[in-house]
Design a protein around this ligand. Structure first.
Ligand code: GDP
Length: 246
């Protein structure tokens, strides 16, 4: 299961919280850190790409700035796919949760992302895509979040489960609004109409229509990586996506 989402959406914290919860529930799970730029992690990865490539080493050795080193480090992940797969296979876990690089575009929108998912994914592979609920509080940002989720799905073409993370930071009303938007695009259109005018409104409505026409199911599961709320429902969705249960 590959955890993917925009920078700061909570990939690393959710990897940590979900894995701890799975272990407590008796699931035989391990974590893989695929972020070569991670400095401190809230979990101890069982397999860590930083044993092979580190952003800070590339900055020093190749005289690169942080962005250049991060791009190079992410592209270099594919050189170590065999080693990482070997480490995972040596443990033979039932489930592997893979935390991906902080900057989503360097993984999902470059060749390395689909390559790693192909190389590391087994016959049951899913993407856990994270929406940042705080970011998607207004309808325009919500549209952008859905658009990014659709773009990621288009890159990987594996079952994708959507988590609406950080719900502990939303009021009940704010949460209900986002859930209504996910269930009923007409309400999203109405709220877009109320908050946007002119080109912005037309473009957002067209984006939503294009995304809906792809037939991708976006019913995000509300969760909090901080409080562990919603993990039961999230795991049920993941099991369905992975084909573990019907
Ligand atoms: P990543 O860049 O997607 O891996 O995001 P991180 O896991 O590093 O999280 C970014 C920030 O958001 C950190 O300060 C986390 O503590 C915080 N964060 C992540 N998930 C939650 C959540 O569910 N609730 C709250 N309140 N904060 C969160």
């Amino acid at each position: 299961m590959f955890v993917i989402g925009p920078a700061g959406s909570g990939k690393t914290l959710l990897t940590s919280t979900l894995t701890s919860w799975l272990k407590l529930s008796g699931v035989d799970v391990i974590t893989v850190n695929l972020d070569p730029g991670a400095v401190v992690l809230p979990y101890t990865p069982d397999v860590d790409v930083r044993d092979y490539v580190r952003v800070e080493d590339l900055m020093r050795e190749r005289m690169l700035g942080p962005n250049g080193a991060m791009i190079l480090a992410c592209d270099m992940l594919s050189d170590y796919a065999d080693d990482i797969r070997g480490e995972v296979e040596a443990v033979e876990p039932d489930m592997v949760v893979v935390d991906t690089p902080g900057q989503m575009e360097l993984f999902a929108f470059r060749d390395v992302g689909p390559y790693m998912v192909e190389e590391l994914g087994g016959d049951k592979t899913a993407v856990l895509y994270i929406f940042d609920a705080l970011f998607s509080k207004n309808p325009l940002n919500y549209v952008m979040s859905v658009f990014l989720a659709a773009a990621v799905h288009n890159r990987f073409l594996v079952p994708q489960v959507h988590a609406l993370n950080k719900v502990d930071l939303l009021s009940r009303e704010e949460l209900e609004t986002q859930l209504r938007w996910s269930m009923n695009p007409d309400e999203l259109h109405e709220d877009l109409g109320r908050t946007l005018a002119g080109m912005g409104r037309v473009m957002s409505e067209n984006i939503i229509q294009a995304v809906m026409s792809l037939g991708v199911e976006f019913s995000p599961v509300p969760v909090s990586a901080k409080t562990a709320d919603g993990l039961v429902d999230l795991y049920a969705e993941l099991e369905r996506a992975l084909g573990v249960v019907e």
